[in-house]
Ligand binder design. Structure first.
Ligand code: SF4
Ligand code: SF4
Length: 382
């Protein structure tokens, strides 16, 4: 029943209804906490100081906004923290010529669109129920330390791999938040860390991206390198990236909380497209801009654009060192995009046919005008 200006709000009744509505909309769990300074704020500042955010300028640029949710919604009083599971089928073991995509991006749709749609419905429901309320739903893009608030809302703890972990759900879920200026009934925060003496995620990380438990140096993380980092990738890190072309699931895959009670999503938008689990590297390498758009528009992979994804594909091909792919890689030396030409030079330099490779690289060097690509070519020749 909608509130009236004179009737006092019953936070418990509204919260119970809100919870039920969120679950009906497809969210898998709901926790509610007050809008306060997040407990991890000092750690976040220190993390930024250490330069671990790399090129993610949107983090330091909005540094102060992370201090309080009122920077996301004026007069925010409460946060409704929501999870949506995305685990579907098992990851297939990639054979030669295949590359791995993080499981959250296997589906035919971008999760931002899916979750925003549900958040809008939840906000509409809340505004109907409490006409005087203001509400805003956010997923990923607002200056909000979501994991801290999810923990405050009783949804789990932040594991050593720095992701939110829940004893029943593991960590394969998206996190979203609905902020409102109304006081709701709050959940008990999660205060226990169930990682114990486990170090599986720290030990398994292919790039040693954890500066210490609970601290990720994003500049070494494959997820950051394949998605956020826009330029050439540090040559020392390329061999460590294995066959990951978009994101990385290693630290989650090894986590016992994800192995114990797997929770599967029935959400149609997250069911895997056959070509994403895993992906055919040469098929992606052949995509021009239009074909890339047709295949990846409206999916999470659109974010990295053709240039970023093909850079990643070339690194994966270089790591696989399959001589059958040499000609296709050599063709990429003539791509209009310098980032792709540079990655092709590196990939060729990893191949087991030095005479052919050297001839291709020298030929390209004669006409190459981009200084960064020239450096890549020279390094590959050297
Ligand atoms: S996502 Fe991969 S690279 Fe990044 S921290 Fe986890 S295991 Fe390491
Ligand atoms: S792998 Fe072990 S240490 Fe890492 S997050 Fe999971 S339980 Fe914690």
């Amino acid at each position: 029943m909608p509130d009236s200006p004179s009737a006092p709000l019953n936070p418990t009744a509204v919260t119970d209804e809100l919870r039920r509505t969120a679950l009906q909309l497809g969210f898998s769990s709901v926790g509610i906490c007050p809008a306060i300074e997040p407990p991890g704020w000092p750690n976040f500042l220190q993390w930024l100081e250490l330069g671990f955010a790399g090129e993610m300028r949107y983090l330091p640029d909005r540094r102060d906004a992370y201090q309080h949710p009122s920077h996301v919604l004026d007069n925010a009083r409460s946060l409704v923290m929501l999870t949506m599971d995305y685990r579907t089928v098992a990851a297939r073991t990639p054979a030669a010529g295949r590359g791995r995509i993080s499981r959250y991006a296997w589906g035919p749709a971008d999760y931002h669109d899916v979750i925003h749609d549900r958040l809008h419905q939840l906000c509409d429901w809340l505004r109907d129920r409490i006409p005087s309320c203001h509400a805003r739903g956010v997923v990923d893009t607002a200056p909000l330390l979501e994991r801290d608030f999810a923990s405050l809302a009783g949804l789990g703890w932040v594991g050593k791999h720095t992701l939110l972990l829940n004893r029943d759900r593991g960590s394969y879920f998206f996190l979203a938040a609905l902020l409102t200026d109304k006081i709701l009934s709050y959940d008990t925060p999660t205060t226990t860390d169930y990682c114990g003496s486990c170090t599986a995620c720290l030990d398994a990380c292919p790039t040693e991206a954890f500066a210490q438990p609970y601290v990720l140096n994003a500049t070494r993380c494959i997820s950051y390198l394949t998605i956020e980092h826009r330029g050439p990738i540090d040559p020392d890190l390329r061999p460590l990236m294995q066959d990951w072309i978009f994101g990385c699931d290693v630290c989650q895959d090894v986590c016992p909380w994800n192995r114990k009670n797997p929770v599967y999503s029935g959400e149609a938008a997250f069911q895997p497209v056959d070509t994403n689990n895993p992906a055919n590297l040469l098929d992606i390498l052949r995509l021009d801009e239009e074909a890339f758009r047709r295949r990846f528009r409206n999916t999470p992979l659109w974010r990295v654009k053709r240039r970023g994804l093909i850079r990643n594909v070339l690194i994966a091909l270089g790591n696989q060192q399959d001589p059958r792919t040499i000609d296709s890689i050599a063709l990429a030396l003539d791509d209009p995009e310098p980032l792709i030409r540079g990655a092709a030079a590196w990939a060729l330099s990893q191949m087991p046919d030095p005479n052919y490779v050297q001839a291709q690289l020298r030929q390209r060097l004669k006409t190459e005008s981009d200084e960064i690509v020239k450096e890549e070519l020279q390094r590959a020749l050297g």
